[in-house]
Write a protein that binds this ligand. Structure first.
Ligand code: SAM
Length: 344
């Protein structure tokens, strides 16, 4: 029995410690540590503790842990406690108003995904989502029954979608030449963050965001200036209501939430609204064809409800059965991949 390799030992330790690192990041983000140090760099632990209304001892531990993870920089000072500031990584992604802030998504992971993962064993044993154990709710439709039944949870979910859409939107919007399309409809377009990226990237394109009424009524909070009159909002249920007419339909992070049967219902409604030549742009994490990765997608599947993660080929086959042929697939090197299909 030879000694384990050093790098193997390190890798397994990193995996075991991953949850501690995640929770330290989530907690520092929730307690506004990165916002505070962005506006007032150079505070020591006692000053941070006072501002975030926490114990000095606990704050010291949290700041040291965040510094060890590369999120904070600490400056040693003679005869004084170390002073902290955000490291570049934190400056880029963690303050609330950073252009690529992921704080909304981090809060969602902390409040909505973490509780589900703490019931992972039951989820695996039962092959069912654990919303009831985690949140006291059985849900037929997780959006209408779980995410949107309180204003607080709804806003948190919308913030999460908004932050990811802002971080990935440009890569998705510029993945293909869309110059032949004049009107698009972003189905399940949530806050409209992606729609704004599409109009920025394509000066000739107008985008209608279609989402549930409870979402559309809050969308203005995310774009108080209504910066672009080529983005408009329509409220409705994409399983039941008539879809707005468009040359290009966008489905970003929507299909993975639904079973094949529900995907077929939605795709057939889109197919009915399309004339030949219309486009459908799909954006999701595409699993490797042998389902060996990426682990980001496979780990996400562990807490999903009725949906599933699929490969580009699986999506193409679902779309083909509704008369769409896959024209291009792009692995964007951002968080989401993209596929452009054309209705024949
Ligand atoms: N497309 C957005 C993005 O990529 O950031 C949001 C993705 S989010 C996972 C799914 C979206 O689908 C939510 O905004 C949700 O409100 C919307 N949605 C869920 N069920 C819907 C329905 N029946 N009709 C219309 N929109 C729905």
């Amino acid at each position: 029995n030879s000694e384990p390799k050093k790098e193997d030992l390190q890798r397994i330790i990193d995996l075991m410690d991953g949850f501690r690192a995640s929770k330290a990041l989530f907690t520092a983000s929730k307690m506004c540590v990165f916002d505070l140090l962005q506006s007032r760099p150079g505070l020591d632990a006692a000053q941070v503790a006072q501002e975030i209304k926490a114990s000095v001892k606990g704050t010291e531990c949290l700041l040291e842990a965040c510094a060890s993870l590369g999120l904070l920089k600490s400056k040693e000072r003679t005869c004084q406690k170390p002073a902290y500031e955000n490291a570049d990584l934190a400056t880029c992604f963690l303050p609330t108003d950073a252009p690529f802030s992921l704080r909304g998504y981090i809060q969602h992971c902390n409040e909505s995904v973490w509780p589900l993962f703490s019931h992972l064993e039951s989820a695996v044993r039962e092959g069912a989502n654990q919303r009831e154990k985690a949140f006291g709710k059985t849900s037929k439709d997780m959006f209408q029954d779980t995410f949107y039944d309180s204003q607080e949870v709804k806003l948190r979910f919308m913030n999460a979608m908004h932050s990811i859409a802002k971080a990935t939107g440009k890569s998705v919007a510029t993945a293909f030449d869309l110059s032949s399309f004049k009107t698009a409809c972003d189905l399940g377009g949530c806050t409209g963050a992606l729609a704004y990226e599409f109009t920025k990237a394509h000066p000739g394109l107008s985008v209608t965001v279609f989402d549930l009424p409870t979402v559309v009524e809050m969308s203005e909070q995310f774009h108080p200036l209504r910066a672009d009159n080529r983005v408009s909002f329509v409220a409705g249920d994409f399983f039941k209501d008539e879809l707005p007419k468009a040359d290009l339909y966008i489905l970003a992070r929507v299909l993975h939430d639904w079973s094949d049967e529900n995907v077929q219902i939605l795709l057939s409604k889109i197919a009915d609204a399309c004339t030949p030549g219309c486009g459908l742009l799909l954006s999701e994490i595409f699993l490797d064809e042998d389902r060996s990765g990426p682990s980001r997608g496979l780990l996400q599947a562990l807490s999903m409800s009725e949906g599933k993660q699929r490969s580009a080929t699986e999506y193409s086959l679902l779309l083909k059965s509704r008369g769409f042929i896959t024209a291009h697939v792009r692995h964007t090197e951002n968080l989401l991949d993209a596929m452009l299909c054309i209705k024949v």
